[in-house]
Write a protein that binds this ligand. Structure first.
Ligand code: CLF
Ligand code: SF4
Length: 497
């Protein structure tokens, strides 16, 4: 079955929704949503797992200042609440941001969402953030507006957010306990004073919770991001998930801590451990009993452009934008046609999958054990990436009746097309390590050397499904393995590790 991630927990929703704790959920994961919610999420790449294969987002880095300190952030870089630590985005003015947005929207009609997510906290820079939103809501009414915040200034910003039709807000909530908060936030800047430790964390938590309630009571969709910090808040995040769901949050995105010493963050320098992919999956599964989980977040940068996981920012640098003439009225007509074509195609696919024949076939299959399958894809929902060029692999769990998306595993590309491949061997070892728990890997093409090493590691490479839709390919591969009797046995020790 398809599209298991999104269900709605907003108070005005009709309820229900698919469980993401097992394979085989409703054929149309958006289908149960009321129309007004569905129209908000069906083309938002972060709020809909399905949409992220087809629709793009962009960020404009207009917000340099921040009003708190997180132990996983080095303030020289972008806000780590929604981006990778160690990434620096060039700050631009609201005027430059508007120009860039119109240029990108005209060139990439699949771009449906403009987000402000840094490089500091957008609501700690209200004049720059709201000037950008105000102008875009007037000049580009077909673009959804989205913002991500640490929440400290949220309650006082809610009226302004509503005024500019910003109906997607992300709050990073790592804890609801000030004692835990003091281990994550050394200080906050509040009412012209720096407030340290538990006292600061208490104010931050109160502001976040108040802001969440104010937004959901106005029908604004709220996504909650949480950074999983092993030994600090990992167990506690289950409680956080319950609380934010009860207050009407739409989606919970548990992201892994990134703590590398070279980023100069407190956690990086003190050697705080990052979670493994399987630990992250297990926590997401635990939380999913209480609410819908986002599993396709790419922790993108504050000036990201393109589909999630790709970065086309280089095509839209300020000097290039200066030379672009944009007729946005004409572009909007073209954009509407593209959006309609994608939406119609997706609706047709959902209808085909929901057909009774599909159910009957599925229900006749004998029960076999689930496996994880990794996919190399550039987007569009198809297997269209060479193994050696992949910067990430999408991981699905597949069983006899369905599948679910578990997340992606980031990696350094094994070979960038360079004949020598540099220190490819070391890179391959890292890729194999990142594929912990995976038993089959599908790519459009896989070279001889990585093929042999993948096999040795207990991962079966497969290049036979190039350019096929992911969902069809993983079903075909699973059924083939099941028919060959290969899924009656426990996984090999390596793959099951
Ligand atoms: Fe940007 Fe965030 Fe809006 Fe998306 S990102 S402001 S909700 S448009 Fe998306 Fe990027 Fe993850 Fe953020 S993949 S880091 S969740
Ligand atoms: Fe860094 Fe963002 Fe935390 Fe501010 S809110 S300290 S920019 S991670």
């Amino acid at each position: 079955m398809e599209l298991p991630v999104i269900s709605n927990s907003a108070p005005e929703a009709s309820g229900g929704g698919c469980s993401s704790s097992g394979c085989g959920t409703a054929p149309d994961a958006l289908g149960h949503l009321p129309d007004h919610i569905r129209s908000k999420v069906q083309d938002h790449p972060c709020y809909s797992e399905e949409a992220h294969h087809y629709f793009a987002r962009m960020h404009v880095a207009v917000a340099p200042a921040c009003n708190i300190q997180c132990n996983y952030c080095n303030r020289k870089y972008d806000c780590s609440n929604e981006s990778r630590p160690g990434v620096v985005s060039e700050v631009m003015s609201p005027e430059q941001a508007v120009k860039k947005t119109l240029a990108v929207a005209a060139a990439i009609p699949q771009m449906t969402v403009l987000g402000i997510a840094g490089p500091g906290d957008p609501l700690a820079n209200p004049a720059r953030t709201f000037e950008t939103f105000r102008r875009l809501s007037e000049e580009a009414p077909d673009i959804k507006l989205c913002v991500s915040t640490n929440g400290l200034s949220l309650p006082q910003s809610v009226d302004e957010l509503a005024k500019h039709n910003i109906d997607h807000v992300t709050i990073t909530i790592n804890t609801v306990d000030p004692e835990i908060g003091a281990k994550i936030y050394p200080w906050i800047f509040w009412e012209n004073k720096r407030i340290f430790g538990v006292d600061g964390a208490k104010i931050l938590i109160e502001q976040q919770q108040k802001g969440l309630e104010m937004l959901t009571s106005r029908g604004i969709l709220v996504k909650v991001n949480s950074v999983m910090i092993p030994g600090v808040n990992d167990e506690h995040l289950k409680e956080v998930s319950k609380i934010v769901k009860a207050k009407g949050a739409f989606l919970h995105n548990v992201m892994p801590l990134i703590a590398e010493a070279e980023h100069g963050t407190y956690y990086g320098i003190m050697g705080q451990r990052e979670p493994t992919p399987l630990e992250l999956e297990a926590l997401q599964d635990s939380c999913s009993g209480d609410m819908s989980m986002m599993r396709h977040c790419r922790q993108c940068r504050a000036d990201a452009v393109g589909l999630l996981g790709e970065d086309r920012g280089e095509e839209f640098t300020l000097d290039k934008i200066d030379e672009m003439e944009v007729d946005y009225a004409t572009a909007m007509v073209e954009r509407a046609k593209v959006h309609q074509a994608i939406t119609s195609e997706l609706e047709m696919k959902r209808a085909l999958k929901a057909a009774p024949k599909f159910e009957a076939e599925a229900s006749d299959k004998p029960a076999t054990r689930p496996i994880r399958i990794a996919i190399a894809s550039k987007g569009g929902g198809v297997i269209n990436e060479h193994f050696g060029h992949a910067h990430e692999f999408l991981v699905y769990e597949v069983d006899s009746v369905g599948h679910r998306f578990l997340g992606h595993r980031k990696c350094t590309a094994y070979c960038m097309g360079d004949e020598s491949c540099g220190d490819g061997e070391t890179v391959l070892g890292q890729i194999i390590k990142s594929l912990e728990g995976v038993e089959v890997l599908l790519a459009s093409k896989i070279g001889f050397e990585p093929w042999a090493d993948l096999e040795k590691a207990g991962i079966q490479p497969n290049g036979e499904h190039a350019m096929e839709p992911i969902e069809e390919a993983i079903r075909a591969v699973y059924d083939e393995l099941a028919a060959a009797g290969k899924l009656d046995q426990p996984a090999t020790a390596k793959a099951a590790a």
